[in-house]
Ligand binder design. Sequence first.
Ligand SMILES: [Zn+2]
Length: 136
Amino acid sequence: MIGRGQDIFDYFRFAISIALKAEDKYEKRKAVVGAIGWRRDGAIVHAFNAGDQRHRSPQTHAEFRCCRKMEKYAPEIYVARITRNDGKMALAKPCSTCFAILKNRKIQRVYYTISDFEYGVIDFKREFEKSGIRFL
Ligand SMILES: [Zn+2]
């Protein structure tokens, strides 16, 4: 079970575990990307990278697909990537298209893996607050 208050890497591992299950239907790729998001009502949504050799557009990216299941001002999204050969966490920083949709949907914070020991945060909340938007 996954719930609020867990370690950030628990969320990353959970996102990967879901993506790995979904991956069975797809060709084996070098990297696996999964995303989980918290909605404002506390529900959790998730998505995996659904791209393949023919479909590589950003709309197949895990965070893009996950974000579409979230409402505006949803609190958090976690994006995790592992390389298949060694199972290590790798850089999952959203691409420019995903960055734009996440910002447009005003997702408050975006967490992404960098390695097994590091993660990055995009803090849109702080940016929005600076421009006068207040969150409840
Ligand atoms: Zn993307």
